[in-house]
Design a binder for this molecule. Structure first.
Ligand code: PEP
Length: 250
């Protein structure tokens, strides 16, 4: 049997001031305390310290939305893995499509960040996914599998199980359009096969692969019922405690 614990992560994007963040997470704590899945909240950087304090002793884990690959230096505006580690961050989103699209992140940068995160004991949530035009041109598998391989270059056999992949078709993010559960599962299976080619099947069976893109309370259980979908990366619906809790407790 395959024992992959589902991981449900809420990407708050650029929402919630520190005081709003504290309120949201305080609301969330009692609603998700019995969750079977691993629960992660991913607030903006300036909220992390406060949220970290509030979730002490609960089953909620902390993630960051991005990081730079260097530990320190003259990199104005960037955040280092050491800073995230010290305040109790466990997961870090790498290569979200919004960062690739609006902030020029390339596969090469994504790879550097993944390697840096792992070397600092942070678990990367690596985002991959095709655009609408790529899907329409029949390039979904090419794009997604190539992004996966590029992101994982140099990741060791020891580290691969610490990586989480999030399959997020760009056309489904924030649009209300969701990939069908079957479609998402097929792409995720292909990602897992690619990981198996690189690291062996046993390792690939340990890697958690989430689906992301307009996950809501109404579609979460159908997605999660699929064989290879090991959780969700949730944007919009993670900003309302009751909605996120319903997804977590799918
Ligand atoms: C995301 O930002 O990772 C995401 C999936 O957003 P949404 O759930 O709002 O589509």
């Amino acid at each position: 049997i395959i024992l992959r614990r589902p991981i449900i992560a809420g990407n708050w994007k650029m929402h919630m001031t520190p005081s709003e963040a504290v309120k949201l997470v305080q609301e969330l704590i009692p609603l998700v305390k019995d969750a079977k899945a691993e629960v992660v909240v991913i607030p903006p950087f300036v909220d992390l310290t406060e949220v970290s304090k509030v979730i002490q002793g609960t089953n909620i884990l902390l993630g960051a939305q991005n990081m730079f690959w260097e530990e320190k230096g003259a990199y104005t505006g960037e955040i280092s893995p050491l800073m995230l580690k010290e305040i109790g961050v466990k997961y870090v989103i790498i290569g979200h499509s919004e960062r690739r699209q609006y902030f020029g992140e390339t596969d090469e940068m994504v790879n550097k960040k993944v390697l840096s995160a792992l070397s600092h004991g942070l678990n990367p949530i690596v985002c991959v996914g095709e655009s609408l035009s790529q899907r329409e041109e029949g390039k979904t598998y090419d794009v997604v599998l190539s992004q996966t391989k590029e992101a994982l270059k140099g990741v060791s056999k020891e580290d691969i199980a610490n990586v989480v992949i999030a399959y997020e078709p760009i056309w489904a993010i924030g649009t209300g359009k969701t990939a069908t559960a079957k479609d998402a599962n097929e792409v995720i299976k292909a990602i897992r096969n690619t990981i198996a080619e690189l690291y062996g099947k046993e390792k690939a069976d340990l890697v958690r692969i989430q689906y992301g893109g307009s996950v809501k309370p109404s579609n979460a259980s159908e997605l999660m019922a699929e064989s290879d979908i090991d959780g969700a990366l949730v944007g919009g619906a993670s900003l309302v405690a009751a909605d996120f809790a319903q997804i977590v407790n799918y």
